[in-house]
Unconditional design. Sequence first.
Length: 253
Amino acid sequence: MKKNRWQWLRWGGIVLAAVVLLFSGHKLYAYFKQAKSSERAVDALVDKAVAACTEAPQTAAPAEAPTPPLVVDFEALQKENPDIIAWLYCEDTVINYPVLQSTDNAYYLYRLADGSENSAGSLFADFRNAADFSDWNTIIYGHNMKNGSMFGTLSDYHEQAYYEAHPVWWLFTPEGAYRIELFAGYITAADAEAFSLLQTRAERDALAETARARSTFLSDLALNDEDRLITLCTCSYEFDTARYVLLGVLQKV
């Protein structure tokens, strides 16, 4: 009798483990299926509205007025969704995405640019920010996806070598193109000053100083008096509300 009871317990444990494995596998399959659906949706937008610029190399120094690497048709994009306010790009990385903005910070958290629900969500600007990126600090949020899409590669800036390989991003808007000259990246809490709307140059300077002091990489980029910041944010996992934020300066081209 005692032997039979242990056999039942053993088989019960095997069945339970199998159920857990099947459930986990289903969740993982659903996650990556959603990620693939997100990639296809972005690819469709790229096909309609984004093309490589072949006029000149985009690796020139800032003083040489480099040619933007992409040409973005915002008229076509905004026919798809008027909430698309910008396009974000980083050469030789997965970053090649539309930036959206809604009336809150929840709508595009789990929605694609076409409005369909998806766990990958979209890159979106803080609803409090001006859509033309004229604030002292504009915040863009994106998920830290397991497959590296969206802002899943932001944490690579923990390494100095990765920063040195990718020190510049590009931001395209209906009004023109900007180089994003990165200068700091660090781990912070979701309610930290990095997510506040900056009202003055002094507040911008204070944020930049904090970012440099805590940065996971070193940069010698100096800020000019009128430089506007952009903060790129994703989840991090060092503590419950951890975020990794990557800060750069917007340089109009």
